[in-house]
Design a protein around this ligand. Structure first.
Ligand code: AMP
Ligand code: GLY
Length: 440
C-alpha cells in the first residue's frame, strides 16, 4: 500500500513511524513533514490547507490511502477533496470536522446526542459574557469558538482576565477560521467572534481516541496529556507538553463507559444529521465526582497522546486506518495492545507557547539513536535540516518517547534520552507521568 500522510508534527512522525513498521505499507510519503519524518518517509512540498493540491499530490504518488493529521486541513475540507478524487482518506469531512472547528457546534451535537458535558453559554457580546461568567462563578472557563491550536482556552479565577480573553475572542476572528472561510464555507464565517463560557469541571483529564468509519466505533487505549507549560500544572495552556499511557489509576470500565455514553452516541448523532464523522474522534474528558464529562472533541489524533498510544498498539496501523476510510471497520479483528507503558516528553523552544525562538541547532539525536533505541526514540515536531545539522523550527520541537514494563521505567528511559538532547534555551516538564508512576 502506498500511503501519504499530511502534516509536520510529532504526531505525524509517530503515525509515519508506525506506518513504516507495517509490512503492508510499501511506500510511505509525507507532506510537508519534518527532518525526523524524512528518515522514514519521502517528503513532498504541499500547502496542507489546499485540498486540490493535496488531492493532486495523492494522485501523482498513486496513494491508496491519505492520512490527514492536523485539524486545520480537515476543517478546510482537505479530506473532502481527496475523497472526491476517489482516494481513500482517513479523516472527517470539513463539515464533520466542525466537531473540533466550532466549540458551539460541538455543544449542539452533544446536546442532541445526550452526551454529558459542561453546561455552557455561547456568547457574541461582552454583556452576554458578563452574565454567563456571573452565572457560573469562579473558576471561569472561556473558550474561543474556533480553532486556536490549544491556546484558545483560558481557565482563571480572575474575572478581569476572563473578560479580557472573551473580549479578544469576540473582537478578533481566529486565524485558522479565516483560513477555513477562504474556502467559502458559510459555517466558518458565521463562527467569527463567538465565545463559549462554561462551567468549570474538576477532576483528572483523560484523552480517549476512537477510530470510526461513521458507524462502527473502535476505541483506542486512553492516555493523559499535560496541557500546562510548567511543572505542577502551572503556567499557560499549550498544545501539550507530555503524555503517558496506560492510566493505572483509571477505572478499567472507563473505555466501555465512554464508548456507550459519549463516542457511539456522538457518531450516531453526526450520521443522523447527514454529516457522518469518519476518522479519529478524540474525546477530551474530565473524570469529575459527578461522572465523566466531555471537555472537548477533536477531529484528529491528539498530539502528544498519539506518540504514547501508537507506541503500545501492536495491530499494524495501515489496515486499521484503511478500514475506517473504506467503511469496513465492523470486519476488523479486535485491536492488539502491548502491556508496556509509554511516556513522551515534549522538548519545546524558548518562549513556547508564546512566539518561539527558532533556528537553534539540536544535538544529541545520534546518541539517543545509538544508546537508547529501541526503548526510547525521538519523534520530531518543529525541526528542519540546515546543512549537516538539524535546527529548531517551531514551538514544540521534539517528542522524546520511551516504553518500559511500567510507567516508572518508561519515564526513566524518556528522561535519560531527554538528558542527551542539547537545544539552547529549550524547556520541558520534569513531572510527566510522575504522579501516575508513583501510584498517586
Ligand atoms: P480544550 O481546548 O477545550 O481542551 O481546553 C484546553 C484545556 O483547558 C483542557 O484540557 C482543560 O485542562 C482546560 N479546560 C477546558 N475546559 C474546561 C472546563 N470546563 N473545566 C476545567 N478545565 C477546562
Ligand atoms: N494534546 C491535545 C491535543 O492534541 O489537542
Amino acid at each position: 500500500m502506498n500511503v501519504l500522510v499530511i502534516g509536520s508534527g510529532a504526531r505525524e512522525h509517530a503515525l509515519c513511524r508506525s506506518l513504516s513498521l507495517d509490512p503492508a505499507v510499501t511506500a510511505l510519503h509525507c507532506a510537508p513533514g519534518n527532518a525526523g519524518i524524512a528518515e522514514v518517509a519521502e517528503l513532498h512540498r504541499v500547502d496542507a490547507l489546499d485540498g486540490s493540491a493535496v488531492a493532486a499530490l495523492a494522485q501523482e504518488l498513486d496513494a491508496q490511502l491519505v492520512v490527514v493529521g492536523p485539524e486545520a486541513p480537515l476543517v478546510a475540507g482537505v479530506a473532502d477533496a481527496v475523497r472526491a478524487a476517489g482516494i481513500p482518506v482517513f479523516g472527517p469531512s470539513g463539515q464533520a470536522a466542525q466537531l473540533e472547528g466550532s466549540k458551539a457546534f460541538a455543544k449542539d451535537v452533544m446536546a442532541g446526542a445526550g452526551v454529558p458535558t459542561a453546561r455552557s453559554y455561547v456568547c457574541t457580546t461582552t454583556e452576554e459574557v458578563a452574565e454567563a461568567l456571573d452565572a457560573f462563578g469562579a473558576p471561569y472557563v472561556v473558550k474561543d469558538d474556533g480553532l486556536a491550536a490549544g491556546k484558545g482556552v483560558v481557565v482563571t479565577s480572575d474575572l478581569d482576565v476572563a473578560k479580557a480573553h472573551a473580549a479578544a475572542c469576540i473582537g478578533t476572528p481566529p486565524a485558522a477560521s479565516s483560513a477555513a472561510s477562504s474556502g467559502s464555507s458559510s459555517a466558518a464565517s458565521e463562527q467569527r467572534g463567538r465565545v463559549v463560557v462554561e462551567e468549570y469541571l474538576d477532576g483528572p483529564e483523560v484523552s480517549l481516541f476512537a477510530i470510526t468509519d461513521g458507524e462502527t466505533v473502535v476505541p483506542l487505549q486512553p492516555a493523559q496529556d499535560f496541557k500546562r507549560a510548567l511543572d505542577d500544572d502551572e503556567g499557560p495552556n499549550t498544545g501539550g507538553m507530555g503524555a503517558y499511557s496506560p492510566l493505572p489509576w483509571a477505572d478499567p470500565k472507563l473505555v466501555d463507559e465512554v464508548l456507550q455514553t459519549v463516542l457511539q452516541p456522538t457518531v450516531d448523532e453526526m450520521r443522523r444529521r447527514g454529516t457522518p464523522f469518519s476518522g479519529l474522534l478524540y474525546a477530551g474528558l474530565a473524570i469529575t465526582s459527578r461522572g465523566v464529562r466531555v471537555i472537548e472533541f477533536n477531529a484528529r489524533f491528539g498530539d502528544p497522546e498519539t506518540q504514547v498510544v501508537l507506541a503500545r498498539l501492536r495491530t499494524p496501523l495501515a489496515g486499521v486506518l484503511l478500514a475506517a476510510a473504506n467503511g469496513t471497520l465492523a470486519d476488523l479483528e479486535p485491536l492488539r495492545w502491548s502491556d508496556d507503558a509509554a511516556v513522551t516528553v515534549v522538548v519545546a523552544s524558548h518562549n513556547y507557547p508564546g512566539t518561539p525562538r527558532t533556528g537553534d541547532p539540536i544535538t544529541g539525536l545520534d546518541e539517543v539513536a545509538a544508546e537508547d533505541a529501541p526503548h526510547a526514540y525521538v519523534l520530531h515536531a518543529g525541526t528542519k535540516r540546515a546543512g549537516d545539522t538539524i535546527v529548531s523550527a517551531g514551538g514544540r520541537v521534539l517528542s522524546v518517547t520511551a516504553t518500559g514494563t511500567d510507567l516508572t521505567q518508561a519515564r526513566e528511559r524518556a528522561y535519560e534520552a531527554v538528558g542527551r538532547i542539547g537545544l539552547d534555551g529549550s524547556q520541558h516538564r520534569t513531572d510527566i507521568a510522575a504522579k501516575a508512576a508513583a501510584g498517586a
